[in-house]
Design a protein around this ligand. Sequence first.
Ligand SMILES: C[S@@+](CC[C@H](N)C(=O)[O-])C[C@H]1O[C@@H](n2cnc3c(N)ncnc32)[C@H](O)[C@@H]1O
Length: 317
Amino acid sequence: MERFDSGQNPPHRSVLYHQIILSLRPESPGRYVDATVGAGGHAAGILEAASPAGALLGLDLDPQALALAGQRLAVYADRAILVHASYTTLREQLNAIGWQQVNGIVLDLGVSSMQLDTADRGFSFQTEGPLDMRFDPNGPVSAADLVNRLPENELADLIWRYGEDPLSRRVARAVVQARPLSTTRQLAEAVSRGHRGKHERTHPATRTFQALRIAVNQELQSIETVLPQAIEALVPGGRLAVISFHSLEDRLVKQTFRRESRDCICPPEQPVCTCAHKAVVVEVNRRPIEAGAEEIQTNPRARSAKLRVVEKLPNLA
Ligand SMILES: C[S@@+](CC[C@H](N)C(=O)[O-])C[C@H]1O[C@@H](n2cnc3c(N)ncnc32)[C@H](O)[C@@H]1O
């Protein structure tokens, strides 16, 4: 069960909450990392399941999220360590607290509903706010910087690569014509002008906002950086669970998990193996775990969630 003090606002609902607990199988006195601790929903479940002595390191780039996690996890305070840091520094953070290896790690990627619902963070085109989108408010680049400074062709490339918007060139032109832009609504309107006449299921700004958020926070590079560190940090039998929310993230996770679960990664046309690569993990589920209809009904954000899990192999040497 998720726990929270009745005096507080109810916590936001963690996506695939039960599936994360079932996948990580937390137990006492294990060590766990929630590398995207957010409001602490998954972390609370892990600490509860690992009672009485299991410990958790929680990381987040967002100080507001960490403050919420601190409140949420107060009941486990003697077993929870919360650090304002990027998960790209996972190894450094583990070294800093003297943890060589851990029993389980969860990464719940992307933006939280709390961040989306806070207008002045600038993540949502549905509310008026500044064009920010930084997970870490001290991050070097905001969405406004990219939108107002990038040359049109680079903006178009960014919207194409990270938003997979087939109308990226038209959108970039409309955005450049509307400069300077300072708010989410101004950007959403400019994107809509770029999409004029095209009727789609989702709002035309969805893809551009996703693209800018990914670029502002260097999300794909961060995932590529953390996955090897996370696998390395697991004890034999330890598990890494990653929830992704769009195909660009999921592809990276899937490719890394496939590669690290194979003994040879030579090109298929090569007759003799020369890579000497050794599998270090086994995929717990070949296909991603997805949310059930009931969860999607109460939490529409869960619709696009995909959970992949690997387990570290015993040391074979
Ligand atoms: C979907 S939320 C996590 C929600 C959390 N699992 C829960 O149960 O409340 C994703 C979180 O990851 C954080 N985040 C994004 N990139 C990060 C990074 N590179 N390092 C650490 N945290 C990051 C965001 O600030 C956000 O709070």
